[in-house]
Design a protein around this ligand. Structure first.
Ligand code: NAI
Ligand code: MG
Length: 355
C-alpha cells in the first residue's frame, strides 16, 4: 500500500503543542483502519523567519507541492514578527498558490460544550459553511486617485468569475448531496448589490439543475446572520462568497461554543494541489508554554483530512472519540478542567484505538 505523504507544519506558539496530539490521534485512526501515512515535518515558522529572513524557503512549493495534504498548526509570534509578515508569508501563500478555493468549516454543537445560544443541545446544531476562498470581494483590483485633494477617491472591484462561482457552488451541492438532509442554503444580497449577487443567484439556480435531489433556498446575508442565531438547527450546508463566507464562518462556529475546538479546511477539491487542514485558532502566545492548550481543533482538522483523503469511516471514528472525551473528560482549562494538552490527546487516541 502506498503511504499518503502529509506535510506537517506545526508553526508557532501552541501550534507546536497541539500538533503532536493531532499526529497521535490520526496515527491511532490510521493504525485501526489500515491507512499508511508518512508525516514529513517542516519547521517553517516565525523562528525560521528570524533565522532566514523569510517564513519559508524559496523552493517551498517544490518541497510540498506533491504531498497529499498539509496538516497545519498556527503561525504568529506578534511580539517578534508582525502578523502580516507571518500570515502572508505562509498560510495565505498556500491558499493562493495551491488554489484552495473552498474554505470549509463545520458548525457542530458538541457534548460538554456550552452553546452561547440558550436551550440548544448537542445534535441541534450541525451544519457546514462553504466559503469561496480566492476571489469575490477580496480582490486587489482598484486604486486611489487624486490623493490628498478634494477629489480623492478609492475604488476596489469585486471579482466574480464564472469558473470561480460555479466551482464553489458545485462543491457545496455535492457536499449537501452526501448528507442526510440534502439541504443547501445560498447567502446572497441581490437586493443591494445589484450586479454580482444576481449573477451569483443565477449560477446557484443553474448548477442546481444538476442536483435535483438537493433542496435549496437563499437568504440575504443580513437576515441569514440573524437566522444563524435564531434557528441554527435549520441549516445543513451554507454556501457564500468570500466576504459573506468570512463572516458566516466565524459566526457559525461561535454559536457552538469555543474557538479552541473549531477546525477548518482549505480545499483544492480536484486534488491538483495539496489541501490544508488547520484549527481555527491562532498561536495563542498568552498561554503558550504551559501545555494547557486544547488540542481538539487540531485533532478535528485531522479528521477532516482523513475524510478528504478518502477515509470517511476513520474520520467519523475520530469525531466520535472527540465527542466521547468532551462528554466524559478530561477537559483542558478552557472547558473548565485541569487537564494538560497531552492528557486530552492521549484520552482521545485511546478511545479511537478501543472503539
Ligand atoms: P488566538 O486564536 O491565538 O487566541 C485567542 C484567544 O483564544 C486567546 O486568549 C487564546 O489563549 C485562546 N485560545 C486559542 N486557542 C486555544 C486553544 N487551543 N486552547 C485554549 N485556548 C485557546 O488569536 P490571537 O490571540 O488573535 O492571535 C495570536 C497569534 O496567532 C497572532 O500572531 C495571529 O496573527 C495568529 N493567528 C494565526 C492564525 C493561523 O495560523 N491560522 C489564525 C488566527 C490568529
Ligand atoms: Mg475571519
Amino acid at each position: 500500500m502506498k503511504a499518503h505523504k502529509i506535510a506537517v507544519i506545526a508553526g508557532d506558539g501552541i501550534g507546536k503543542e497541539v500538533m503532536p496530539e493531532g499526529l497521535r490521534c490520526i496515527d491511532a485512526a490510521a493504525r485501526k483502519h489500515g491507512i499508511a501515512i508518512q508525516w514529513d515535518e517542516f519547521d517553517w515558522s516565525c523562528d525560521y523567519y528570524l533565522k532566514h529572513g523569510t517564513m519559508m524557503p524559496a523552493d517551498w512549493k517544490a518541497q510540498i507541492g506533491n504531498h497529499d495534504a498539509i496538516f497545519f498548526g498556527a503561525v504568529g509570534d506578534p511580539a517578534r514578527v508582525p502578523d502580516h509578515v507571518s500570515l502572508w508569508g505562509s498560510l495565505l501563500k498556500f491558499r493562493r498558490e495551491f488554489d484552495q478555493y473552498v474554505n470549509l468549516r463545520p458548525a457542530r454543537l458538541m457534548p460538554g460544550v456550552k452553546s452561547p445560544l440558550v436551550g440548544r443541545e448537542p445534535g441541534d446544531i450541525d451544519f457546514f459553511i462553504v466559503r469561496e476562498n480566492t476571489e469575490g470581494e477580496y480582490s486587489s483590483i482598484g486604486g486611489k486617485m487624486f490623493a490628498g485633494t478634494e477629489r480623492e477617491f478609492v475604488v476596489q472591484e469585486s471579482i466574480f468569475t464564472r469558473i470561480g462561482v460555479d466551482r464553489v457552488i458545485r462543491f457545496a451541492y455535492q457536499l449537501a448531496q452526501r448528507r442526510d438532509k440534502k439541504h443547501l442554503t445560498s447567502a446572497t444580497k441581490s437586493n443591494g448589490i445589484s450586479i454580482s449577487m444576481p449573477y451569483w443567484d443565477e449560477r446557484f439556480a443553474a448548477i442546481g439543475e444538476e442536483f435535483p435531489d438537493v433542496r435549496t433556498d437563499k437568504f440575504h446575508i443580513d437576515i441569514l446572520t440573524a437566522n444563524f442565531v435564531r434557528r441554527p438547527d435549520y441549516f445543513d450546508v451554507v454556501v457564500a462568497s468570500n466576504l459573506f463566507g468570512d463572516i458566516l464562518s466565524d459566526l457559525g462556529p461561535a454559536c457552538t461554543g469555543t474557538i479552541a475546538i473549531a477546525p477548518s479546511a482549505n480545499l483544492n477539491p480536484e486534488r491538483r494541489f495539496p489541501s490544508l487542514f488547520e484549527p481555527v485558532h491562532g498561536s495563542a502566545p498568552d498561554i503558550y508554554g504551559q501545555q494547557i492548550a486544547n488540542p481538539i481543533g487540531q485533532i478535528w482538522a485531522g479528521s477532516m483530512m482523513l475524510d478528504h483523503l478518502g477515509y470517511p469511516q476513520a474520520a467519523a471514528d475520530v469525531l466520535r472519540a472527540i465527542e466521547t472525551v468532551l462528554a466524559e473528560g478530561p477537559h483542558t482549562p478552557d472547558l473548565g478542567g485541569k487537564a494538560k494538552t497531552g492528557d486530552l490527546g492521549k484520552a482521545i487516541a485511546e478511545v479511537i484505538a478501543g472503539n
